[in-house]
Design a protein around this ligand. Structure first.
Ligand code: BES
Ligand code: MN
Ligand code: ZN
Length: 496
């Protein structure tokens, strides 16, 4: 856990404040804001001269440092002024945080990049904190190299916006930590402990069912997947009642597969380490509940996390086995590596039976096929309710967390029917793999409940990105590793 926790607001002028660097935005064309003009004078007009010589053009993502006798100035490109949206603000703010860390500058004073724009202060705080994130927990040597950003102050009147952005970004960083810790640390037990902590902080009720309990309750699919590991599996339920109980809750379900070896249908060795990230769906749920515990919105939300490892111990489930899920449907297991949909089957059936949800959303690193289809750019979404999908797309636009809808036509749904059981856990070989995952999950959501499935396999963790110039670099506010993607989207959607 290494990131900035808060962003301060000030309305004083920059010369009344002391910070190791003052960050100002430059639009393309090189026009200076009043603050930029002022501080440029203190560094001897270097900024204006850099613009005149074409060394700074103001294109988005550009940064340069200038030095005066008593001051440092960081210029940050914001791109075209009329195109400055909240995502640009978030990215520029992330760039400031990362540039400060790279140059070992611990205190930063920033200009408000998009004065008067609604939501700009929130976006700025989100960008700074998300950009300041580093995962350093296991670096025991060279502590000097591990430089942390200490304080960022924004010249802004919108204290509330900055505070909200900071709380949300902290929740995303919490989810990133859960994902980045290895499988021997982020265990199902650990997820349950974190759920309980959030529950205490947010006045939520939390239940944790262990192997004996959920098996007895009839969760045969989760029990099947968990049979191959000695690491105790958990089924976690969190309830947040922020308004009258008569109001239908929004139910969030997340795949908490803390390590996926593939089981008996074992995965190849290369990159198998990445399967520690197979619990990122559960991190979306816990991250969202983390933010809810701070924001206390007047809504009702239920979070459900089925969690286990998928290993190949002596008692492991096998290809050909038939499991019975919580809604009594039978499942023929044709590949033990399609385990995410099995543990979600019980969770979706549980949500359908015990609540009357306004809607159910599920989050899962479900298929490699979604990476083939959409790369690491967009989350694949599927659902049964047009209105809900429309709202998801609107929240996606508002938060710049990209989603793309895949069709769930009956033609695909037929592909998960089994010859000898009700359904099978794979679709047609080599075809529409992500949709087959969605079609399978649909069998466990009660008819009539609006539902949307998020396949986050491509967006839950980041490597480096290749820019149009072919350069490889990290995104401005998303360092490599677990991203915490779609938490901001979900918070927007549920109306937090
Ligand atoms: N966790 C994986 C999906 C995955 C693969 C996520 C690669 C990110 C990167 C999931 O449990 C899985 O193994 N899915 C199989 C399904 C198949 C056997 C039908 C897959 O995608 O190959
Ligand atoms: Mn798998
Ligand atoms: Zn998996």
């Amino acid at each position: 856990m290494a990131h900035l926790k808060t962003v301060s607001a000030t309305t004083k002028t920059w010369s009344e404040l002391s910070a190791e660097v003052v960050a100002v935005g430059i639009f393309s064309g090189g026009k200076l804001t009043p603050l930029a003009k002022d501080i440029d004078e203190a560094v001897g007009g270097q900024l204006r001269s850099a613009i005149e010589r074409g060394d700074i053009t103001g294109h988005a993502g550009e940064t340069k440092l200038f030095y005066g006798k008593n001051h440092r100035l960081m210029a940050v490109g914001l791109g075209e002024k009329r195109k400055l949206d909240l995502e640009r603000v978030r990215r520029a703010s992330g760039t400031v945080a990362r540039t400060a860390i790279r140059n070992k500058l611990a205190t930063v004073l920033m200009e408000d990049f998009a004065q008067d724009k609604k939501g700009a202060a929130q976006a700025q705080a989100e960008g700074v904190i998300l950009g300041s994130y580093q995962f350093l927990d296991y670096k025991t040597m060279n502590k000097d190299d591990q430089f942390l950003l200490k304080k960022v102050t924004v010249r802004s009147w919108d204290r509330a916006g900055l505070k909200k952005g900071a709380l949300i970004a902290n929740a995303v960083c919490f989810a990133r930590d859960l994902g980045n810790h290895p499988g021997n640390v982020t265990t199902p037990t650990k997820l349950a402990q974190e759920a309980r902590k959030i529950g205490r902080r947010g006045r939520m009720s939390v239940w944790v069912f262990d192997r004996a309990k959920f098996t007895k309750m009839g969760m045969g699919a989760l029990a099947g997947v968990a049979a191959g590991t000695d690491e105790p599996p958990k089924f976690i339920v969190m309830e947040y009642w922020g308004t009258k109980k008569s109001e239908a809750p929004k139910v969030l379900v997340g795949k908490g597969l803390t390590f996926d070896s593939g089981g008996i249908s074992i995965k190849p060795a290369s990159k198998m380490d990445e399967m520690k990230f197979d619990m990122c769906g559960s991190a979306v749920v816990l991250g969202t509940m983390h933010a809810i515990a701070d924001l206390r919105p007047a809504i009702n939300v239920v979070g459900i996390v089925p969690s286990t490892e998928n290993l190949s111990g002596a008692k492991a489930y096998k290809p050909g086995d038939i499991l019975k899920a919580y809604n009594n449907k039978t499942i023929e297991v044709l590949n033990t590596d399609a385990e995410g949909r099995l543990i979600l089957a019980d969770a979706l059936a549980y949500a359908s039976k015990h609540y009357k949800p306004e809607y159910i959303l599920d989050f899962a690193t479900l298929t490699g096929a979604v990476i083939v289809a959409l790369g690491h750019v967009a989350t694949g979404i599927m659902g049964t309710d047009e209105k809900l999908i429309k709202r998801v797309k609107a929240s996606s636009r508002a938060t710049a967390e990209k989603v793309w809808e895949l069709p769930l036509w009956d033609d695909y749904c037929h592909q998960v029917r089994s010859k000898i059981a009700d359904v099978k856990n794979i679709g047609a070989p080599m075809q529409a793999g992500s949709i087959a995952g969605g079609a399978f999950l649909k069998e466990f959501v009660k008819d009539g409940i609006p539902w949307c499935h998020f396949d986050i396999a491509g967006t839950a963790w980041a490597d480096t990105e290749t820019t149009s110039q072919g350069k490889v670099k990290e995104k401005p506010y998303t360092p490599s590793g677990a991203t915490g993607n779609v938490i901001r989207l979900v918070l927007d959607l549920i109306g937090s």
